[in-house]
Design a protein around this ligand. Structure first.
Ligand SMILES: Cc1ncc(COP(=O)(O)O)c(C=O)c1O
Length: 350
């Protein structure tokens, strides 16, 4: 039988969820599978939104739930962006932002994100200049950003939010957790900025991409979204139970995340050793690296033949000669580092 390739291309968490999550699935009963939730009649969305509200010290009414971060992003844009309205997104960002904007006939303006010596950097001045020029209805900020891996510094974020009072500001934190699990800033930001929504997911840090569950905290000015998003019949009760088990397993997640951070360091070192390659620092579970343009096709073929699938970009001017590597399990990361070194040696570029 052919060996299954190692997928390091979609920023999934290959360690899988905590043991308690499997237990939650094994012990699922008829109420989670056959019955609707009755939480709506209690005036809340679900046990999960209540739990998140408690953990973050915010009212349950400002916690939104959805079918992954994707769903919540889509709901927000669909709720606020009308045909011809401007939406601003970072220039190197998740391709899907543009697709969502296009669904509503939005006008997309890309604001600059610059490659620094170590990592990519948000160009705050550039963002604010374009915002003054275009008066956007929605501004998307992603931190850590996909595919560049950099974050927006908290002081810069506040500066941006102070200026963008006339826009709906979406802070996509899908990759929250890998650079630290601090949560206390959420309450302050949401209290201070009624036009802000912070979108998170159980897909990445909590390794539950297949269960499709996302959550968000919204400022009190976004009541239209809260109505748009409300679901009388509830959410996926099975997924929610697994998510609750994940929240009860912080040690497991801290353990796998610490390994991923060590492996990210190892990959930086190994990649930056190779002439023509340059890895950028990242606070997420992936790293972006420049590769020698002439080697792109050969590298792709070589890794595929070794059963290693990573992300190569196409039709994205700056990214055409970049790779994005998802941090997998220790064994997978070592296999990738060895494969890159072997490739460089074979090509005589080491
Ligand atoms: C930047 C970013 N935001 C949001 C998502 C959505 O993830 P999910 O819908 O699984 O929560 C992704 C998925 O890869 C992503 O890269």
């Amino acid at each position: 039988m052919e060996k299954e390739p190692i997928f390091l291309d979609r920023n999934e968490n290959n360690y899988g969820p905590a043991p308690a999550c499997y237990e939650a699935l094994r012990s699922a009963g008829v109420e989670q599978m056959s019955w609707y939730s009755k939480d709506f009649s209690r005036g809340v969305k679900s046990a999960l939104s209540e739990r998140l509200a408690r953990d973050y010290g915010v009212p349950e009414s400002i916690v939104l739930l959805g079918y992954g971060g994707e769903d919540l992003l889509k709901q927000t844009v669909h709720c606020y962006l009308a045909k011809g309205d401007t939406i601003m997104i970072p220039t190197h960002s998740w391709w899907y932002y543009k697709a969502i904007a296009a669904e509503k006939g939005g006008f997309t303006v890309e604001y600059p994100m610059l490659p620094g010596p170590e990592s990519f950097i948000y160009d705050v001045e550039g963002l604010l200049r374009l915002a003054r020029q275009h008066g956007p209805r929605v501004v998307l900020i992603s931190s850590p950003n996909n595919p560049t891996g950099n974050t927006l510094d908290p002081a810069d974020l506040r500066r941006v939010l102070h200026e963008l009072v006339g826009s709906v500001v979406v802070l996509d934190e899908a990759y929250w957790g890998f650079g630290g699990v601090s949560t206390n800033y959420v309450k302050d930001l949401i209290n201070d900025f009624p036009n802000l929504i912070i979108i998170r997911t159980f897909s990445k840090y909590f390794a539950m991409a297949g269960l499709r569950i996302g959550y968000a905290f919204m400022g009190r000015g976004l009541t239209q979204l809260s109505q748009f998003s409300a679901r009388y019949l509830g959410y996926n009760r099975l997924s929610e139970n697994v998510a609750l088990a994940a929240l009860d397993s912080p040690d497991y997640y801290a353990g796998i995340s610490a390994r991923m951070i060590e492996d990210k360091e190892m990959l930086y070192r190994e990649i930056n050793r190779l002439p023509g390659f340059k890895a950028y620092r990242s606070s997420a579970n992936f790293i972006l690296a420049d590769i020698p343009p002439a080697q792109k096709e050969a590298l792709k073929a070589d890794l595929t033949q070794r059963g290693l699938i990573i992300k190569f970009f196409k039709n994205e001017p700056f990214m055409d000669y970049c790779i994005r590597i998802t941090i997998g399990t220790r064994e997978q990361n070592q296999a990738l580092a060895s494969a890159l070194a072997a490739f460089a040696a074979e090509k005589g570029i080491l």
